[in-house]
Design a binder for this molecule. Structure first.
Ligand SMILES: [Zn+2]
Length: 292
């Protein structure tokens, strides 16, 4: 699933294609609108004033006379936003014709408010878990996922990070919980826990202040490096230009069960934590039974 670095890369590569343009035509090809969404057509005629990321969501902010409208794209497992420009699409039928077998929605953009569309974005999604919410402030506020999203890990300081990691739940479950911290998934949870030498099953309240600070630094460094390397591509993930990322070449543990630990040479093992497959080094990530 695309996580913070992948969605950040999608947003950064999508932005130059559409920011500042008018969304002329929006079509849902196969159902992908989230419950509570306005019809995508309601965004037609609005200007894209900002393309940004929030957690694992890519957000297009559009300016209308009635107020701001948001297109929030949750890529989930296999969703992608693929941009094309230099087009001359004459009408909505021609725009819909851009849809491939995996396309669930298409969006056409132009410099002004009249056809042809010079740019298009296809929301493609093989596994069909992805969703889009179109809405104004009201629809956004009514969307529980949005309303409860936790803080951005790259915008937090160490004190705020320490404060959210509390209670008896295991540390990995907390890192994965979008209400606690937004944007972290299985890859970057496993990688940062390994880098910090913390076993994923450690209850949060058994971690010392030093452990939390180490994890905070590891998570920040890994997310920033992954953003710099345009995310991790080991299955479907591609940026808005169709290019893969390269952080998968830097994985220390994720997807490496059975291989030697890069730090100590012992064999990495796969365990299940918080319902998710997790790869750990039993030597470098000792289970903590008591607070250190
Ligand atoms: Zn090791």
């Amino acid at each position: 699933m695309p996580e913070l670095p992948e969605v950040e890369t999608v947003v950064r590569t999508l932005r130059p294609h559409v920011q500042g343009l008018t969304l002329l035509c929006a079509r849902e090809i196969r159902p992908c609108a989230l419950k509570g969404s306005l019809p995508f057509e309601r965004a037609e005629g609005a200007k894209v004033c900002l393309v940004r990321r929030r957690g694992k969501l890519a957000v297009l902010e559009l300016e209308r006379e009635e107020g701001r409208l948001f297109l929030c794209v949750h890529l989930r497992m296999t969703g992608s936003l693929l941009a094309r420009e230099g087009l001359a699409i004459a009408d909505s039928r021609a725009l819909e014709a851009l849809a491939g077998p995996r396309t669930r929605a298409v969006f056409g953009f132009a410099e002004g408010a009249s056809w042809p569309c010079t740019a298009a974005v296809c929301f493609d999604d093989v596994r069909t878990f992805g969703r889009i919410l179109a809405g104004g402030e009201r629809e956004l506020a009514a969307w529980p996922f949005w309303r409860t999203l936790g803080p951005e890990p790259l915008d937090m300081d160490a004190g705020a990070f320490r404060a959210v990691l509390r209670g008896r739940r295991c540390i990995k479950a907390l890192l994965l919980d979008q209400k606690v911290i937004a944007g972290v998934g299985n890859i970057y949870a496993d990688e940062s826990l390994f880098a910090a030498g913390i076993h994923p099953e450690t209850p949060a309240d058994r971690l010392s202040g030093e452990d939390r600070d180490r994890l905070f630094r590891s998570l920040g460094q890994i997310l920033e490096k992954a953003v710099a390397e345009c995310g991790s591509s080991f299955s479907d993930y591609r940026d808005a230009n169709g290019n893969p990322g390269s952080f998968q070449n830097s994985f220390a543990v994720y997807g490496r069960a059975g291989e030697p630990c890069r730090a100590c040479g012992r064999t990495l093992v796969r365990i299940k934590v918080a319902g998710r497959g997790s790869v750990v080094c039993p030597h470098c990530q000792r289970k903590q039974r008591t607070k250190r």
